[in-house]
Design a protein around this ligand. Structure first.
Ligand code: PLP
Length: 383
């Protein structure tokens, strides 16, 4: 099963007020269908990780295909409960006394980051809650340390050295999360490390959660290998329940951030100042860092006109990079940044008082709807 991505953004470009994130429902649904195929073929359940993608106006579609949400605390669990329903799995590096009862009420699974947290809250787990413990398989292939949960001195998950079998009573699941934008080969290696360390506890569990970071909807992702890994795992452990919780793969390549050129200045190179900010609206381009693709543009020098694209905050480093176009950009032109649905909307800030981009959906039937816009009050309320 392959995804064919045909974007229709350019057909409606005139209608898009900028700055604006636009989700293309058709592209989004293709991702969901592929994830659903993995569910059906492998027998695993798939949760949407709200940390990476929580544009809830699109959840009506998402909940047709996915099993629920993976939440990182009370607010995400509340959002899942209000907008998604289905299964709610909550994990946090540390729960606090004042939120645990509400989280218990909202969640189906709660995964604790340490035995200390589990023992602290064990008696407050009521009803149908299935508790789990996050473990650290101590193997990851993430190039950037900031995205590596198994880096030296990581605080995420219990290592085998710290694992206390005597505290396992009541624990029904094991959770690991060690991947970031990775293919099935990385999962295979991490799973092996997980089993070598924690394998003897698996038979007494009801579920194992393989975390997120599976780049399932990327074109070169080996879907068959993933399905086989899950099936083989389930075969070996008496059909145990397996969960995946991708965030990025759900929103991958499903929408854009549309900006306008506000001014063009010159300092050794032409520089366009846009009405979006790399710092505030595409933060991973700076943190990871990576270069966002721009529609109809190439790298510096590859097309006739090269221009540097910069943001609208006063941060000197608020740049998207150098891009080349067939013809010069002009004030008022629109610039389309590709693949801006995941880890953008959820990370936006109003730094420097810049306006948050609107949120819009290009529906399957061709209708373009701005579902939310922001104003001064959004800025004022949070400072
Ligand atoms: C971030 C995270 C995810 C989602 O990761 P993606 O890279 O967006 O797929 C899933 N589970 C946990 C515990 C996470 O921290």
């Amino acid at each position: 099963m392959k995804i064919k991505r045909v974007s229709k953004i350019e057909d409606i470009l005139d209608k898009i007020p900028t700055p604006c994130y636009v989700l293309e429902e058709e592209l989004f649904e293709q991702n969901l269908k592929l994830l659903n195929y993995v569910r059906e073929q492998s027998g695993a359940k798939i949760l949407l990780a709200l940390k990476g993608y929580s544009f809830y106006e699109s959840f009506d579609l998402a909940k047709k295909y996915l099993d629920g949400c993976c939440c990182s605390g009370l607010y995400e669990a509340r959002l899942a409960n209000e907008e998604f329903k289905k299964e709610i799995h909550t994990y946090s590096p540390a729960f606090k006394d004042d939120v645990i009862d509400e989280i218990v009420k909202l969640s189906n699974h709660i995964t604790f980051n340490s035995f200390s947290q589990y023992l602290r809250y064990k008696n407050r787990l009521k009803g149908e809650i299935s508790p789990g413990i996050r473990v650290n398989p101590q193997l990851a292939f993430s190039e950037a340390t900031i995205y590596n949960p198994c880096a030296i001195n990581s605080r995420l998950g219990v290592t085998i050295q710290e694992f206390k079998e005597e505290f396992l009573e009541g624990i029904e699941g094991l959770h690991f999360h060690a991947l970031c934008e990775q293919n099935a080969g990385a999962l295979e290696a991490v799973l092996k490390s997980f089993e070598e360390k924690f394998g003897r506890y698996i038979p007494i569990m009801k579920w194992v959660n393989f975390g997120g970071g599976h780049h399932i909807t990327r074109d070169d992702y080996d879907i068959d290998k993933l399905i086989n890994i899950i099936k083989d795992f389930k075969d070996r452990y008496n059909n145990i329940e397996v969960y995946l919780e991708p965030g990025e793969a759900v929103g991958w390549q499903s929408g854009v951030l549309v900006a306008s050129v506000v001014d063009i200045v010159h300092n050794g190179i032409d520089i366009a100042i846009l009405d979006v900010s790399a710092e505030a609206h595409m933060p991973d381009t700076i943190i990871m860092p990576y270069r966002a693709e721009v529609r109809n543009a190439k790298k510096e020098g590859e097309k006739r006109y090269t221009i540097k694209l910069g943001g609208n905050t006063c941060l000197a480093g608020d740049f998207m990079g150098n891009y080349s176009f067939d013809k010069p950009l002009e004030i008022g032109d629109k610039v389309i940044f590709e693949d801006q649905m995941h880890y953008t909307i959820v990370k936006n800030t109003t730094f420097n008082g810049v306006r948050l981009p609107s949120l819009a959906i290009l529906r399957k039937n061709g209708n373009f709807e701005v579902v939310k816009s922001f104003d001064y009050s959004d800025y004022k309320r949070r400072i």
